[in-house]
Design a protein around this ligand. Structure first.
Ligand code: DX5
Ligand code: ZN
Length: 219
């Protein structure tokens, strides 16, 4: 199995120091950067728009854009133009996942990665028929909207079911897990089969981010 990908979440960084934070994460070996985009409607919070992605997308990290918004098709092209490498949409926000992933792919001049996310109360079984159409499945392990919440253990069951499904069908879809990941649960998240973990509060407010990354990779 390949090495775990850590995707630090910008939501937990101080916005006056975004560039500095990104450079230090890059120097610590991080390859991905996770942008939580919120519209105050799909989730009860607001965050940032395409301009922030545009300003930060040139730092050489893989720009992983998580759209927690009601109308992802309307805004996806703006984030693609801003430099998104992956666009993840929410299953709960759309009617037809197959159509929506086609629409998003058609907005991009170069091949783009597209992800499908589920909230904690959505069953993993409901999306298995769509896994084949997506590059990433993002399992939310907190209610979307805020960083610093506690990890919900029902995500572990979902990772396990999804891992078995992906392996059985020889798919290359990545399993990304997002919310409340820290040194008390990372081992289980990895054991169940996650490929990518989003890390907000644990990594971004850690006094020793180098040790936190080392622990996540080696535990
Ligand atoms: C929550 C976001 C997460 C969040 C993760 O809506 O999708 O990406 O920033 O932060 P932590 O790791 O603090 O839960
Ligand atoms: Zn996220």
């Amino acid at each position: 199995m390949s090495e775990l990908i850590i995707a630090p979440s910008l939501l937990s960084a101080n916005s006056s120091n975004f560039a500095e934070a990104i450079i230090s994460l890059r120097n610590l070996g991080c390859k991905w950067l996770h942008y939580d985009i919120m519209d105050g409607h799909f989730v009860p919070n607001l965050s940032f728009g395409p301009q922030v992605v545009k300003d930060l997308s040139s730092y050489g990290l893989y720009n992983d854009v998580h759209l927690m918004i009601t109308d992802p098709v309307k805004y996806a092209s703006k984030f693609i133009q801003a430099g998104a490498d992956n666009i993840t949409i929410h299953y709960e926000a759309i009617k037809d996942p197959i159509l929506v992933q086609q629409q998003i792919r058609s907005m991009s001049k170069k091949p783009i990665s597209v992800g499908l996310s589920i909230k904690p109360r959505t069953r993993i079984e409901d999306i298995l028929d769509y896994v084949n159409y997506f590059d990433v499945i993002l399992i939310m392990s907190v209610e979307p909207g805020f960083s610093g919440q506690e990890f919900l253990p029902n995500a572990l069951y979902k990772i396990e079911v999804l891992r078995k499904y992906i392996d059985k069908h020889h798919l290359s879809t990545l399993i990304e897990v997002d919310g409340g990941i820290n040194d008390t649960n990372i081992q289980q998240v990895k054991q169940k089969g996650a490929d990518v973990v989003v890390s907000g509060k644990y990594l971004m407010t850690n006094d020793h981010p180098d040790q936190a990354i080392k622990y996540m990779l080696e535990c």
